[in-house]
Design a protein around this ligand. Structure first.
Ligand SMILES: Cc1ncc(COP(=O)(O)O)c(C=O)c1O
Length: 350
């Protein structure tokens, strides 16, 4: 049995552990009843995050999923349609909640790792004067794209979609669970991404290392609608400053170090690419690396996952012949070397 400290956990950047300094900040946080709007630390986090993205207002919510569902519910009514890039988290991993909780139909727009062609959005906008069709009320993109291997959707592409949206009165929402990774990797500051859309969300509990929470960002009226949606979804929290403090700490201390995760992801990709039997994308934009088994390998991703685990490397198989490695701040310094070594051993069945 391997000791816990010898495990390299690449399953997700959600497995990070709060540091002592973060816990200290949580202990000291002044708190109040946030549903009554009286928690000063939550307020500070909301103002800080909105300012970071150059926008008017923010709303602290318990999870990325709730951020997504509150956004869908705030932009759309029952029976409306949202155009969503294919393989998006809101479609793939949220238990059908857009339909189940808000009666919103998601229509998928083809995209390669989250990167889309504007024409594919434009051609799917429904004609408003024909009662057969739902009303197209929202454009939804994801940056970086999770199932697309942490791919960055370029700012110019998003701006073009925003222009199209403006011309048709359709807002653009960015599921920006890892948008700060995109900002760090490109060097394009957060406020420029924030101004290329109508609303966005950002997760504090992924690469930034907080234990819980996301922030929705946009105009005052949008955030007011989201506040109501958050209550409806059961996400109104009371002395939430204790967890908001961790988010503030993460935003103040852990943004620049995301570059370390990106560098590790690239080094890992280089190492695994050199091993016969694996296929790894030529470019790795941020902290996620997808590794495919090539056709000659006689076992599948679930078996690869099992073999890697015996060498102390934990990750998820995300398709039949694909595993995903995610780099984050709670990994040991030698994580890349150990992971590459385990991939070598796993293919040779050592
Ligand atoms: C792109 C994206 N959006 C939303 C979420 C949901 O976040 P949470 O797990 O906090 O609900 C995730 C989680 O991995 C994600 O990758």
């Amino acid at each position: 049995m391997l000791a816990i400290h010898s495990i390299v956990d690449l399953r997700s950047d959600t497995v990070t552990q709060p540091t002592d300094a973060m816990r200290e900040a949580m202990c000291r946080a002044p708190v109040g009843d946030d549903v009554m709007g009286e928690d000063p630390t939550v307020r500070e986090l909301e103002v800080y995050t909105a300012a970071l993205f150059g926008r008017e207002a923010g709303l602290f919510v318990p999870s990325g999923t709730m951020a997504n569902q509150a956004a869908v519910r705030s932009w759309c009514r029952n029976g409306d349609e949202a155009l969503v890039v294919s393989d998006a988290h809101v479609f793939y991993y949220e238990a059908g909640s857009a339909a189940g909780l808000s009666g919103v139909q998601l229509n998928l727009v083809p995209a390669v790792d989250g990167v889309f062609d504007i024409a594919d959005f434009s051609s799917r906008i429904r004609p408003e004067n024909d009662p057969h069709f739902p009303l197209t009320r929202l454009f939804w993109i994801e940056n970086t794209h999770n199932r697309g291997g942490g791919k960055i959707v370029p700012l110019d592409t998003i701006r073009s979609l925003h222009e199209l949206g403006r011309s048709r009165s359709i807002p653009v929402h960015i599921d920006g669970a890892r948008l700060i990774n995109a900002a760090v990797a490109t060097g394009i500051p957060a406020d420029r991404w924030g101004n290329a859309c109508d609303s966005l969300s950002v997760c504090l509990s992924k690469g930034l290392g907080a234990p819980v929470g996301s922030v929705l960002i946009g105009s005052e009226p949008f955030i007011a609608r989201c506040r109501r949606a958050r209550k409806a979804l059961g996400g109104g929290m009371r002395q939430a400053g204790i967890i908001a403090a961790a988010g503030l700490f993460a935003l103040r201390n852990n943004i620049d170090r995301l570059a370390v995760d990106h560098d590790r992801a690239r080094r890992f990709a280089r190492g695994v690419r050199a091993i016969s039997g694996y296929r790894v994308p030529e470019t790795v934009d941020t902290n996620i690396v997808m590794v495919d088994l090539d056709d000659r390998v006689p076992f599948d991703a679930a078996e690869l996952q099992r073999r890697l685990e015996t060498w102390g490397i934990r990750l998820f198989s995300v398709r039949q012949r694909r595993v995903r490695a995610v780099f984050h701040l709670s990994l040991p310094d030698d994580c890349v070397e150990r992971a590459v070594d385990a991939f070598k051993r796993a293919i040779n069945n050592e």
